[in-house]
Every structure is written in C-alpha cells, then in structure tokens.
Design a protein around this ligand. Structure first.
Ligand SMILES: [Fe+2]
Ligand SMILES: [Fe+2]
Length: 130
C-alpha cells in the first residue's frame, strides 16, 4: 500500500504544517495556500481509494464512498470560504481537520486496508499495484 501510505503521510504533513503556520501567526495567504493543497491531496486520495474498492471486493464500499462524499462537500465549502477570505484557517478548523483525519485512517480505512491485504497477500505485489 505504498501509494495510499504516501498519501496519508502527505496529508498528515500538510495538517502539521498548517498547525505550525497557524500557531506561528502566519499570513492568511500562506495558511490558505496550505489548506487548498490539503484539500487537493485529500480529494486525490479519496479517488485513489474509491478506484480500488471494486478491485479488492471491498464489502463496505458504498458506506465508505458516501463518507468520502460528505467530507468532499464539507471541504469544498470550506475551501471556497477560505479562498474568498471570508474564513480564516484557525485552531478550530485545525482541530476539525485532525479529528476527521484520525477517524478516516484509524476507523474508516481499517476494513479497507484488510480488503487490500486480502486481495494482494504478497506485499511486494501489493506495493507495485498500489
Ligand atoms: Fe485513506
Ligand atoms: Fe477512506
């Protein structure tokens, strides 16, 4: 699962960078840019996972896809509010981001990771495939 792991790592790094930037009182232009990068990486990550659902015969695909869809909509609203300057990236937003990210990786992705392992039992093939 090299690609999925790399995407999760990129998302973690961006959330941490954003947290540091907010704590350091960075310019809204800087935090806005990091936030839109995070949204782009997240949207791409969800698409990567969803493309794999049928391939690995993931039984909870519909539920997981619906959950991604809800988050995508929330992120799109936030992204436009941040881009227009109406909303500033603040610690409340960072806390929300951390909350769903942990929930995503620890709760929602766990049965999916098991399905991926079941479909690609050999780790080297799995890493090539993903
Ligand atoms: Fe994920
Ligand atoms: Fe997911």
């Amino acid at each position: 699962m090299a690609l999925l792991d790399a995407q999760h790592r990129a998302m973690t790094d961006l959330i941490n960078d954003l947290h540091q930037a907010v704590d350091g009182g960075a310019d809204p232009e800087v935090t806005g840019k990091l936030f839109s990068e995070l949204v782009a990486v997240t949207v791409q990550h969800f698409a990567t996972e969803e493309a794999l659902f049928p391939e690995v015969h993931y039984p909870e695909a519909d539920h997981h896809r619906a959950w991604h869809h809800k988050l995508r909509k929330e992120l799109a609203v936030l992204a436009s509010e941040v881009a227009s300057g109406w909303r500033k990236v603040d610690t409340d937003l960072i806390d929300w981001l951390k909350g769903w990210f942990v929930n995503h990786v620890v709760v929602a992705d766990r049965p999916f990771a098991l399905a991926v392992r079941g479909a690609f039992p050999d780790a080297s093939i799995r890493n090539q495939a993903l």
